[in-house]
Design a protein around this ligand. Structure first.
Ligand code: HPA
Length: 270
């Protein structure tokens, strides 16, 4: 694993002309951010040594280096999901690579099912905390102390500093934003009504199939994490508004512009 990361990092150091502090991982239908980027270089995953390839429709596969609102960024345009068959170390491989390239802030986005009764489809939720229900953890196995601690503190997985910047910025832009706890599950099934009820009862506000592994690894190597969900369907007791994958993509695309605007405006403040 270490050798693979070193090889990938060496390749990317030769390919990119700068070293961004910020990496952004784009989730379902949130590709709109790419249109606001000043792209310096874009490399398909297939050309990057050791990079996995995303297999889900609607998820692209390239690494972009450029600037967003004048700030240098690295964008992972298309992420890897556990349900595609990748183990969690593979899912989080790009995060380790970002760290080695000098990134200190990771911004993650995803689509999620809302369980909080005050949520509506198309709303944005700032992730305050998560519950890991993957039944797995990317840190299982030998710990490399130079990467991070064996027993990782998760008392502030999602940076309070950046959450405050997000709230202030959203207020200024008059963008409506919910806040809550993200429950991470493997998928690929959506939840039964009983599962939604259980996840809400245990403290979850939204549920989705990503983000948690990346957050754990980013925290392990000392990076700050900021994450946003777009609520694409509802699993509220009595109101299960089920979504097909197409509907999830449609809702994510409709809500995307607000998320893009928010992240864009936050950039120089990070
Ligand atoms: N459940 C899990 N993952 C999801 C959902 C959901 O309802 N919506 C979008 N991703």
């Amino acid at each position: 694993m270490i050798d693979k990361i070193k090889e990938t990092v060496a390749f990317l150091k030769n390919s990119f002309s700068g070293y961004p502090r910020i990496a952004i991982v784009l989730g379902s239908g949130l590709g709109g951010l790419v249109d606001c980027l000043k792209i310096e270089k874009e490399i398909p995953y297939s050309e990057i040594p050791n990079f996995p390839i995303s297999t889900v429709r609607g998820h692209k596969g390239s690494l972009i280096y450029g600037t967003l609102n004048g700030v240098e960024v690295m964008v992972q345009n298309g992420r890897f999901h556990h349900y595609e068959g990748y183990d969690l170390k593979t899912v989080t491989f790009p995060i380790r690579v970002f760290k080695e390239l000098g990134v200190s802030i990771v911004i993650l986005s995803n689509a999620a099912g809302g369980m909080n009764p005050s949520f509506k489809i198309g709303e944005m939720m700032l992730i305050r905390d998560h519950i890991n229900l993957f039944g797995d953890n990317p840190l299982i196995g030998k710990n490399y102390d130079e990467w991070g601690p064996r027993f990782l503190d998760m008392s502030e997985a999602y940076s309070k500093r950046i959450r405050n910047i997000a709230f202030e910025t959203a207020k200024k832009l008059n963008i409506h934003m919910q806040e809550g706890v993200y429950v991470g599950v493997t998928g690929p099934c959506f939840e039964t009504p009983s599962e939604y009820r259980m996840y809400h009862a245990m403290g979850g506000d939204a549920v989705g199939m990503s983000t948690v592994p990346e957050t754990i690894v980013a925290r392990h190597c000392g990076m700050e994490v900021f994450a946003l969900s777009i609520i694409t369907d509802l699993g509220i007791v009595g109101v299960v508004e089920r979504a097909s994958h197409d509907e999830v993509l449609k809702a994510a695309a409709a809500a995307g512009p607000h998320m893009v605007q928010l992240v864009y405006e936050m950039m120089p403040q990070l």
